[in-house]
Write a protein that binds this ligand. Structure first.
Ligand SMILES: O=C[C@H](O)[C@H](O)[C@H](O)COP(=O)(O)O
Length: 276
């Protein structure tokens, strides 16, 4: 708790923000509120993503094996890692990218890359999320990277999720946006129908993800994605994950349960660090 608080505070200070911190010894949450001297500045959603991502990067130490996440928020973290490496403030780290996009970005920034074959244990993974519930369980994969993300983040000793506060939900599936399931291309519609049927009590619609050219979206692993849309949040994410996993041809799903060790959420009123 104390270490989380200090890494958030020092970084915000360098951004010339005034901080007020509060935390309870019995609580797993640390809040840092901030205001800009003179007058308030409207932070965009991208500003908030960057703020959360850069706070997470402060937890990186030389010698670490890192999981490099995918998406617009994780990209800010990868950028920051690249900057710190090139300035010499950070050294002796290697990263495992969770998508071809992240691999390309990391290579362009000179971040040394390795794979799980040679580095099966990761010290710290930093990634975004699509939904974060009060237990720090997540929906991920709207960017299509769920399979590699889950493989990498499942073996991370620490997994810090970075997000702006629009990602907070009371229950998973509750945002009304997609909960992705990666399936093999073979007879994909068979699995679409089974998935829709599995969740009919939650008012589930299921759609094959289509890319900008009107063709099925193909993941880095040459699979398709079926997006599930729920009218009501899932009551039991673990039960849902178990049932989805029973379908042959389902490769992975976007429920990341019991995996995040910390979540850094940036909102208009400050940054909140929630620890498991
Ligand atoms: O497949 C994509 C990943 O799970 C992303 O981390 C997730 O979709 C969040 O992305 P963003 O930070 O762009 O909202």
């Amino acid at each position: 708790m104390a270490s989380s608080l200090s890494f958030v505070s020092s970084s915000l200070r360098t951004s010339s923000l005034t901080l007020r911190t509060s935390s309870s010894p019995s609580s797993s949450r640390t809040s840092v509120s901030f205001s800009i001297k003179s007058q308030s500045v409207a932070l965009s959603q991208d500003d908030l993503k960057k703020l959360a991502a850069e706070k997470a990067v402060e937890a990186i130490k030389p010698g670490m094996v890192l999981g490099l996440g995918t998406g617009s928020t994780a990209a800010f973290a990868v950028d920051q890692i690249g900057k710190l490496l090139s300035s010499g403030e950070l050294y002796d780290i290697v990263g495992i990218p969770t998508s071809k996009r992240t691999e390309e970005q990391a290579r362009s920034l000179g971040i040394p890359l390795v794979g799980l074959d040679t580095h099966p244990r990761i010290d710290l993974a930093i990634d975004g999320a699509d939904e974060v519930d009060p237990n720090l369980d997540l929906v991920k994969g709207r960017g299509g990277a769920l399979l590699r993300e889950k493989m990498v983040e499942a073996v991370a000793e620490k997994f810090i999720v970075v997000a702006d506060d629009t990602k907070l939900v009371k229950g998973l599936g509750g945002s009304g946006l997609a909960m992705p399931v990666e399936v093999v291309q073979f007879c994909w519609n068979f699995n679409l129908i089974r998935l829709k049927d599995l969740f009919k009590e939650f008012g589930c619609d299921a759609k094959l993800r289509i890319d900008g050219d009107g063709k099925p979206y193909v993941t880095d692993n040459s699979n398709y994605i079926i997006d599930l849309y729920f009218e009501n949040p899932l009551k039991d994410g673990f039960a849902a994950a178990r049932e989805i996993g029973k379908f042959q041809g389902v490769v992975e799903h976007g429920l990341f349960l019991g995996m995040a060790t910390s979540v850094i959420i940036a909102g208009k009123n400050g940054v909140e660090v929630m620890n498991k």
